[in-house]
Design a protein around this ligand. Structure first.
Ligand code: PLP
Length: 287
């Protein structure tokens, strides 16, 4: 089951071709996107995702997304979806057709099933390897044109890193900066649990501010945990009580093995934190 809707609220068949071959999103990865989890008919963290879409667009000098249009197209997809209670909703905004004198952007929303591999990672966790990302933590602020921390469509490096992990027999990646500090996963935020405190690196080191990590931190605080946003070193990950990869569709995946070494948590903390994260949604949706 898939649903495709363009920003002008036209529904289209996702099995047919609709984009032009000279769309700059295709030609240059020149666009931004968001991936949202819809659960029980509700898009999780929609406002945060739309904020981040606007922030990424601003970093790329794209026209400011009209949030009311995106909210309408999201509602259209939600009404049209006839599959299971949980699905993936991708919002895509590109610079449009090369040379278009009117500079019209391309925007669409695509809903699809949650991949089986992602569902498995929520339960079984993943093994991960650390891979160098090649930049120092100060670079993002010094060189904004590198778009570090923007959710652009240029995910070639991220996907290559995941293939490298597969070649080395692992399921995921934790990127490290040139100084050895922890950055993020290719499609996730890194969260460390230690002594009833959750840690994640600050987004100004050049990583995406995660909506799932933010929701987890809110939920964990309600459940009595402390939370801290501060630089982490790889050694911290081994010394902590649990390491999680957080992202919208996977929710929270426990890292059970890092660079071939088993990590501490046998899953107990993961389950507790997953419950705190879900409870946060129950609270929000009951308000
Ligand atoms: N970091 C990167 C590079 C990502 O691609 C993602 C999501 O895909 C995340 C972090 C996690 O973001 P979110 O929790 O908002 O899905």
């Amino acid at each position: 089951m898939r649903v495709l809707a363009f920003l002008d609220e036209t529904l289209a068949d996702p099995d047919l071709a609709h984009l032009r071959v000279d769309d700059l999103g295709l030609l240059r990865g020149d666009g931004v996107f968001e991936t949202i989890l819809v659960a029980g008919g509700k898009p999780r963290e929609l406002a945060a995702h739309l904020d981040r879409l606007a922030r990424s667009a601003a970093m790329m000098d794209l026209p400011e997304p009209v949030l009311a249009d995106w909210e309408r197209v999201v509602q259209l997809v939600l009404r049209t979806w006839a599959g299971g209670p949980e699905f993936v909703l991708k919002l895509v905004l590109t610079r449009g057709i090369e040379g278009d004198p009117e500079h019209r952007t391309t925007g669409f929303a695509l809903a699809s099933e949650v991949p089986a591999k992602v569902l498995r990672s929520r339960v079984d966790g993943v093994s991960a390897i650390t891979l160098e990302r090649g930049f120092e933590p100060g670079l993002a602020e010094r060189a904004p044109w590198l778009l570090l921390g923007a959710k652009t469509m240029s995910y070639g490096v991220n996907m290559a890193a995941l293939r490298e992990a597969e070649r080395r027999g692992a399921g995921d990646v934790i990127f490290t900066a040139a100084d050895g500090s922890v950055l993020e996963g290719p499609t996730s935020t890194v969260v460390l649990a230690r002594d009833r405190t959750l840690y994640t690196p600050p987004s100004n080191v050049g990583i995406l501010p995660g909506t799932t990590q933010a929701a987890l931190f809110r939920g964990a605080e309600r459940a009595g945990w402390s939370v801290k946003v501060e630089p982490l070193r790889v050694a911290d990950l081994y010394e902590g009580d649990a390491v999680l990869l957080a992202s919208s569709v996977r929710k929270l995946a426990r890292v059970h093995t890092l660079d071939g070494r088993e990590l501490r948590d046998p899953g107990v903390l993961h389950d507790e934190l997953a419950a705190a994260y879900e409870a946060e949604y129950a609270v929000t949706s009951n308000c």
